[in-house]
Design a protein around this ligand. Structure first.
Ligand code: SF4
Ligand code: SF4
Length: 471
C-alpha cells in the first residue's frame, strides 16, 4: 500500500457523510456485488455451479438480437449458444470441447442487460473462454501470444512509459505498425494511444501523495462548512489508461474529489483484468485481481470506498471478480466499489453545485456523448446527460445506445478491425449528426474508437466537472 494512513472511522455507504440533496439519479442497485452470486458453467474452471442460471433460459433470443458482434458477423452463433446452449452440451457430452467462436465474443456484456431471465451470460462466456484458452488453444499459436500481449497492456505500457517519446514514435511509425500486423496480427489501421511523459502515479507522488490530499480535503471541508473530521475517504483505482495515457482524467478526479472534501489514497494496484477476461486469460486476471482485492480490502476495512474513473474497471471489480474468482474480501470490495461520478451523485449535491456555475474556456463545448456498454450494465448510461444538460456554457447530446465496437482489445485484432468499425458505424454517424464536434465518454477504449472514427477530441465527464467546479 502507498502512503495511506489508517484514520479512524468507517464511511458507511448507506449513510454517507456529506450527503447533499439528491442529484435526481439514484441507481436502484448502485453496487452489484451482492446481485451476482458466484456460479460457474464449466466444471473444471472452479467450484461454481451455473446450472440455475442456464436453466432459466427460455430461448427468447433477446440476447442474440442485442449482440453487436452477431449483427455484423454471420459466423458468430450469438450469446444464447455461447452461454446456456453450450453449457447443456458440455453437461451431456463428456468429451465436448468449447466452440472456438467463443473467442469472437467481444465481452461487451450487452447480452447480460438484454436477458429478461437473469441468465449470467457474460459469466458463462468468460468461463468458457477461459477453459478454451487454457485447454484447447495452442500455446504456440500466434493468436495466443498476440492475445496475451494485448491482454497484458499494463506490462507493455509500464515499459513504454519509461521512454515515452521513443515509444510514441516507434509505436506509430508506419513500417513498425505494418510489421506488427504481418507478424502478430495487431491491426495497422489504428494509432497507438500516446504515453504521457509523467504517469499519473508519478504526478501523484510529486504532488505529495495522500498526506497532501488530506490537507487539501480538510481545507475544502472547512470552506464548505463541513466537520473537519468528516469521514470522506476514497481509494482511487485509476486503471491503466489514466495512469499511462490519459492522466488528465486521474488528475481531474483528484481535484474534483478534494474540492468536495474527500481524502484520496492511491493504493498499489494492477490491471483490473478487463482485457484478460475478454481474451480468456483467467490465470493472468486472477493474479492481478488478487493484488487489487488485497489492496482495496485493507482500505475498505479502514473506511474507504473504492472508486474507478473507467466504467470497465468498476465493472470488473464489482461484478466480474465475484463472478469468476473466490478471493478473500472479494465481496466486500465489490460492495464498496463505485464509478467516480456515480459516487459523487450518491453522496453530494452535484446538480446543485453545477447549477451555480458556468464553464468557459477550453471545455465550453457541445459534447456528443456515448455511454459505454459497461456503463449501461451498471445503470450509469444517463448520468453525464442528466448532470451536464443544464450546465451553463456547455451542451450535451446522447448519440444513442449502440456499441462503439472496439470493446477493449477486440478492435485491435487484425481480423476483427473491419467488424469493429462496422459495429461503430452507427455511433460515428450519430456523432457526426450531433451539434458538437467534441465527444464525451467514460471508457478510454471507447474514446479511442470515437476519435478514430470521427477525428473528434474526446473528453471524460470528470474533466468537465473539474473545469466547472475547480478550475
Ligand atoms: S458479450 Fe457482447 S459480443 Fe459477447 S455474446 Fe454478449 S452481446 Fe455478443
Ligand atoms: S435472453 Fe436470456 S432467456 Fe432469452 S435466450 Fe438469451 S439467455 Fe435465454
Amino acid at each position: 500500500m502507498s502512503d495511506a494512513e489508517s484514520p479512524p472511522g468507517v464511511a458507511d455507504t448507506d449513510s454517507p457523510a456529506g450527503v447533499g440533496e439528491s442529484s435526481g439519479f439514484e441507481p436502484e442497485e448502485p453496487n452489484t456485488g451482492e446481485a451476482f452470486e458466484p456460479v460457474d458453467v464449466f466444471p473444471d474452471s472452479d467450484d461454481f455451479d451455473l446450472r440455475p442460471g442456464a436453466d432459466s433460459c427460455y430461448k427468447c433470443s433477446a440476447c442474440d438480437t442485442s449482440c453487436p458482434v452477431a449483427e455484423v458477423d454471420d459466423d458468430f452463433p450469438g450469446p444464447k449458444f455461447q452461454g446456456p446452449e453450450q453449457w447443456r452440451l458440455k453437461q451431456s457430452e463428456d468429451d465436448y470441447e468449447v466452440d472456438d467462436s467463443v473467442m469472437d465474443c467481444s465481452n461487451c456484456m450487452r447480452c447480460d442487460d438484454a436477458c429478461p431471465s437473469g441468465v449470467p451470460l457474460s459469466q458463462m462466456h468468460n468461463t468458457a473462454r477461459g477453459e478454451y484458452v487454457s485447454e484447447q488453444l495452442s500455446k504456440r499459436s500466434v493468436e495466443y501470444w498476440r492475445n496475451r500481449l494485448l491482454a497484458n497492456y499494463r506490462l507493455s505500457a509500464s515499459i513504454a512509459s519509461k521512454v515515452p517519446r521513443l515509444a510514441n514514435f516507434a509505436m506509430n511509425f508506419g513500417p513498425a505498425r505494418w510489421l506488427m500486423e504481418k507478424t502478430i496480427g495487431v491491426t495497422k489501421e489504428r494509432e497507438f494511444p500516446e504515453f504521457e511523459s509523467e504517469t499519473f502515479r508519478e504526478w501523484w507522488a510529486r504532488r505529495g501523495g495522500a498526506a497532501a490530499s488530506r490537507e487539501r480535503a480538510r481545507e475544502s471541508r472547512q470552506r464548505r462548512g463541513e466537520p473537519a473530521d468528516a469521514d470522506k475517504k476514497v481509494a482511487y483505482f485509476h486503471g491503466c489508461y489514466s495512469n499511462y495515457n490519459s492522466t488528465s482524467v486521474g488528475k481531474s478526479m483528484v481535484r474534483v474529489f478534494e474540492e468536495f472534501g474527500y481524502e484520496i489514497v492511491v493504493p498499489e494496484q494492477k490491471c483490473s483484468g478487463t482485457p484478460m477476461f475478454a481474451n480468456g486469460m483467467l490465470k493472468d486476471a486472477r493474479r492481478h485481481a488478487e493484488v487489487n482485492v488485497s489492496s482495496m480490502s485493507d482500505l475498505i476495512e479502514q473506511g474507504y470506498d473504492a472508486i474507478a474513473s473507467c466504467t470497465s474497471c468498476s465493472m470488473a471489480l464489482r461484478q466480474e471478480y465475484p463472478e469468476l474468482f473466490d478471493i478473500d474480501g472479494i465481496d466486500e470490495v465489490a460492495r464498496h466499489t463505485f464509478e467516480s461520478v456515480e459516487y459523487l451523485r450518491i453522496h453530494e449535491d452535484l446538480r446543485g453545485e453545477l447549477a451555480s456555475t458556468e464553464v468557459d474556456g477550453e471545455l465550453a463545448e457541445e459534447f456528443a456523448y456515448h455511454a459505454p456498454c459497461h456503463a449501461r450494465n451498471q445503470g450509469l448510461e444517463r448520468q453525464a446527460l442528466e448532470l451536464f444538460r443544464e450546465l451553463d456554457g456547455v451542451g450535451i447530446e446522447d448519440v444513442g445506445d449502440s456499441c462503439s465496437g472496439i470493446s477493449g482489445t477486440y478492435g485491435w485484432k487484425k481480423e476483427k478491425y473491419e467488424k469493429s468499425m462496422e459495429i461503430g458505424d452507427e455511433m460515428f454517424e450519430h456523432m457526426e449528426d450531433a451539434e458538437g464536434d467534441v465527444g464525451m465518454t467514460e471508457c478510454p477504449t471507447c474514446a479511442s474508437q470515437m476519435e478514430h472514427g470521427t477525428g473528434y477530441d474526446i473528453r471524460h465527464p470528470l474533466e468537465l466537472l473539474s473545469a466547472a467546479l475547480v478550475e
